[in-house]
Ligand binder design. Structure first.
Ligand SMILES: Cc1cc2nc3c(=O)[nH]c(=O)nc-3n(C[C@H](O)[C@H](O)[C@H](O)COP(=O)(O)O)c2cc1C
Length: 173
């Protein structure tokens, strides 16, 4: 798939997934794409865990209370660690956002569906803490997002966006 096609075909999918397992080599590709992302001062504040073990996916599914997300045969959990650059700044959010977008594009390119599930994981029912515990993350690594991975049971529908002219332009705002 052309890169631009993957960019345009990526849409958040919240429906049910088919149970077909995601091969390890595809998960490896997705993780490698995430790790290839830029990071502020190259601090590499992101750690990624692909989950494919059905028992572990079942345990995570139980935390999510969302049948669609819980039905995925695999997922990537994104962890972030606070690291300061020499000048005292930190770029955690930018680092993991870049990694997530790289992974979502690769997931799309491989024919799978996904969704950037961050708000739900970080702000509801301590899901982030539960994920970190289930995946044995060290104390200083925080779960910030869950990306389901799998073949969608229904077609992935595009999300409406404001027209180009309202959100972009040339030479002036
Ligand atoms: C930082 C961030 C947090 C998000 N958190 C959630 C979430 O918790 N649950 C969810 O269903 N979608 C979540 N999304 C997906 C957005 O709702 C989605 O990207 C947006 O509606 C635009 O749709 P699109 O991804 O199809 O372009 C999140 C996206 C971002 C960038």
């Amino acid at each position: 798939m052309e890169l631009i096609q993957a960019i345009l075909n990526r849409h958040s999918y919240r429906g049910m997934y088919l149970p077909d397992p995601v091969p390890r080599e595809h998960l490896q590709k997705i993780l490698e794409a995430g790790l290839a992302a830029p990071s502020g001062c190259n601090l590499q504040s992101v750690h990624l865990v692909a989950v494919e073990d059905p028992a572990l996916m079942g345990e995570i599914g139980g935390m999510l209370h969302k049948p669609g997300f819980a039905s995925a045969p695999a997922a990537v959990v994104v962890f972030s660690k606070l690291k300061y650059a020499a000048d005292g700044h930190e770029y955690r959010a930018q680092d993991y956002a870049a990694a997530i977008e790289n992974m979502l594009l690769t997931i799309t390119d491989l024919g799978y569906a996904s969704c950037w599930v961050e708000g739900y994981v970080r702000f509801y029912e301590n899901i982030a803490e539960k994920l970190a515990r289930a995946l044995k993350a060290p104390q200083d690594w925080h779960a910030v997002a869950y990306l389901p991975v799998g073949r969608p049971a229904q077609p992935v529908q595009p999300t409406a966006k404001a027209p180009f002219e309202e959100r972009a332009g040339f030479n002036a705002f």
